[in-house]
Design a protein around this ligand. Sequence first.
Ligand SMILES: *Cc1c(COP(=O)(O)O)cnc(C)c1O
Length: 411
Amino acid sequence: MTDVTASPPVRRLTDWDLPRLESLAAEYETPLYVMDRDRVKENYVRFSSAFPDADVMYAAKAHTGTAVLEAVLEVDGTIECAAWGELQRSIDAGADPNELQYTAVNPPDRDLDYAAELGAENPGLTITIGAVDTLERLADRGYDGRIAIRINPGIGTGHHEKVATGADAKFGIPYERVPEVADRVREEFDLVGIHAHAGSGVLTDDLEDHCEAIERVGEMARRVGDDDLEFVDVGGGYGVPYREDEPPLDLEKTSDMVRDAVGELEAQLKLEPGRYIVADAGLILTEVNTIKEAPDTTVVGVDASLSTLIRPAMFGSYHPMLNVSAPDREPIEATVGGPVCTSADVFAHDRPIAELERGDVLAIGNAGSYGYELANQFHSQPRPAEIALEDGEARVVRRRETLEDVTRLEK
Ligand SMILES: *Cc1c(COP(=O)(O)O)cnc(C)c1O
């Protein structure tokens, strides 16, 4: 295994072994997800080293693939789950259910049935509730175990309004109601923590806003009695640079500011990064099939689409792109889009990229988080294969779907 303690804070597309990527595309076909397990481990270890006495849980929803969950567990990481399927997949990957945390957001009955049963057999399981209804529904199921209260700090942060959850009424107990809910939890359950997850995509410049929310979490923990809590969980949201000229998150500064903001606590600090752990560990390889000169731009058609990676269409996200086959050609201004019949199916408008030709392989970077996880079969497109790299070796960790997989559920 590579030395995970001294890893670079960011991996750009140009840092990948480009000839290797081109041969992977040839061998496994495109579109193809590539996930570097060594980099997942490096990211986890680097992040947790910046918070030496905190507990760092990987938020599984960023990428719930078994190969990723196993990588986190191999470096002694723990896992935060937001749905029953994530809990089951973490257990299947080898996680101890007693160390899992389940964050319930408007949980369907099936999720609560599963979590209550899991908690009955594994008293270490923690369930984070964001509504009193969830408490009542857990009590109905005979659950009286560990509970954390998700609070709504009233402040959200992040790269897009759809992920700035901190001020969204959907998430967490309204701030001023938390002490009364804490009393109620203590009557019937074991109150172990206070939790908030305020946003996503936080970079160094966003830290001040982010820490304002965290300050409120610390305040509330002291109000409900931090000497009687096991942990104060300030959630995830730590970003990676998507643009080539953006600096990576300054982890040392982040750690100082988060500690400062949360303040003196008897309880242990906990964090739940998702994106930070997996984003730059993954990319998509896609093949160019069409080049069309239009009056204002060169349209480059590729075989990946918004069903492969939905973030640009859903959040307007920027993803770095590189011509893997010929990175040194003169750049053109390319508008890169896939085969789906909507103008939202465009990865970039007028992006300078080394001139592309039909058959070239294009890499789309930072696809390790919320990439395959949000992939779908729109336009009857089978989902791509996923390759894991480790110690330079490649293996298929998710086979390419066939049309049969797409139609399998039809009757
Ligand atoms: C999504 C989520 C996270 C991780 O968010 P990132 O932006 O990927 O770090 C952490 N905690 C909870 C409760 C979440 O829902």
